[in-house]
Design a protein. Structure first.
Length: 99
């Protein structure tokens, strides 16, 4: 038996084998609350605006999610810049060494 702690309410539960990867909520209501908090924090909102305790598990897990999203965006932007730079470099007019 595998157990987990809900990312929203910190309640312990049993992990179902048919659940999708990364699903660590006791029910859909907890998942929806988590998604709302993540969306609010990603927009730059303050936790006090939506009555979330900054020391709660919900806030900590939501901040982890926001930081992971920012990292993913930064990696995508970096790869895009590298591709654009490689594409914009001029090609040599002739080979440097004759064949």
């Amino acid at each position: 038996m595998l157990t987990f702690r809900c990312r929203t309410c910190d309640q312990e539960g049993e992990l179902g084998l048919d659940w999708p990867d990364g699903w660590f909520w006791c029910d859909d209501q907890c998942r929806n609350e988590f998604a709302e908090v993540v969306e609010h924090l990603a927009k730059g909102g303050e936790p006090a605006e939506i009555d979330v305790d900054p020391r709660s598990r919900l806030f900590c897990e939501a901040m982890k999610e926001v930081k992971a999203h920012h990292r993913t965006e930064a990696i995508y932007r970096r790869e895009l810049r590298e591709r654009d730079f490689a594409r914009s470099r001029p090609r040599p007019l002739r080979p440097l060494y004759p064949v």
